[in-house]
Design a protein around this ligand. Sequence first.
Ligand code: 48F
Length: 247
Amino acid sequence: MNRALDADAIIVGGGPSGLMAGRDLALKGYNVVIVERNNYLGGGFWMGGYLMNIITIRSPAHEILKELDIPYENYSDGLYTASAPQACAKLIAAACDAGVNVLNMTAFEDVILKENRVSGVVVNWSPVYSLPPGLSCVDPISVEAKVVIDASGHDAVVVRKLENYGLVDMKGTGAMWVKASEDLIVEKTSEVYNGLVITGMAVSATYGLPRMGPTFGAMLLSGKKCAEIAERVIKRFERGENSSTSL
Ligand code: 48F
């Protein structure tokens, strides 16, 4: 908990994109905290589509499978398959081995906004939200960081908060088109508001990109790109510079 209160990066959501981003940032030496509302990490990475245990990965994301020592098979030209539980378990282990801190059973509730910059998050213990009103008067806590990452999947909870405040325009995910969606998610992974970087399906929900189904290469590639962008945001913060980025 103490390390969580001194974070360089706070990642909301411990699915594949958040784990990938966290692992790469932690390997660079940053203090990373993943805030996850469930008691387990992995998000939608534990299963392929329609209750299948196989996930698909398109080239060039299979290079990340190699990097994480995840076994895979070549299904057809440029298309690879892997065991979902094995891939998910290995990615979680890689993030933890790299030094990522995890606050599980912890739900994102709000952002800290200072001088038009997302400067941290307000979180609470997840079960508080299911308690009867008379028992639920538990105040949340706020945790500051040099960068906040929205990796909360389709819900894009951090971006949605900024939309509620009238600060960004969130489009919501569009209809299915797997290939276009994968490429666009990686391309649009970015700092959408000063101090806030988005990755994974949160990118799709923010920009109105097509849905994609049980294919995960873009989640891993987006997480990697997110870590690079987040590092630039951290360095900018440490230099005392601000930015006026917005959607
Ligand atoms: O949904 P999730 O796996 O997001 P992702 O990393 O990957 C998407 C794929 O799994 C799949 C897909 C691609 O084929 O479409 O769905 O973009 O992981 C999101 C994580 O965020 C957590 C949630 O429990 C999950 O583990 N999360 C969502 N809302 C909150 C949250 C919240 N308010 N506070 C904390 N964690």
